[in-house]
Unconditional design. Structure first.
Length: 128
């Protein structure tokens, strides 16, 4: 999986932990991820959340036969961030045959909740 030439690489997202049903990743709050008023862009938080869920979901399928794609995502932005690093922790809530649901919480460097997101993934079969 080449993440450098993708949105993940563009935003500076780094995967720190990948385990069965759990993913931790970081993202810088800098010129790539801020909105014009100097705050972390809500869309960047959503991109981080969906990236965490998608990589976590991909770890749970047989990548030679299936893939996962975002089906629905919501996010509540509860605190602003102006600089530093944010950390997302994603945990699977539901693992079905055709869907997965992930809970993703994004926190600032002091551990304050910045964003809470729920991402539903579709599990799709790859062409044979």
């Amino acid at each position: 999986m080449n993440v450098e030439n993708s949105l993940i690489g563009t935003l500076g997202i780094e995967m720190k932990e990948l385990s069965n049903g759990k993913v931790i990743a970081t993202m810088p709050v800098d010129e790539r991820t801020k909105q014009p008023f100097g705050l972390l862009h809500g869309g960047a938080s959503v991109a981080l959340a969906e990236s965490v869920a998608s990589i976590g979901g991909f770890q749970l399928v047989d990548g030679t036969k299936q893939a996962v794609v975002g089906l629905e995502i919501n996010a509540n932005h509860v605190r602003s961030v102006r600089s530093g690093i944010v950390t997302a922790e994603g945990n699977i809530l539901h693992r079905g045959k055709t869907t997965m649901i992930w809970d993703v919480k994004i926190r600032d460097e002091d551990g304050n909740l910045v964003c809470v997101s729920r991402c539903t993934l579709a599990v799709i079969d790859l062409p044979k």
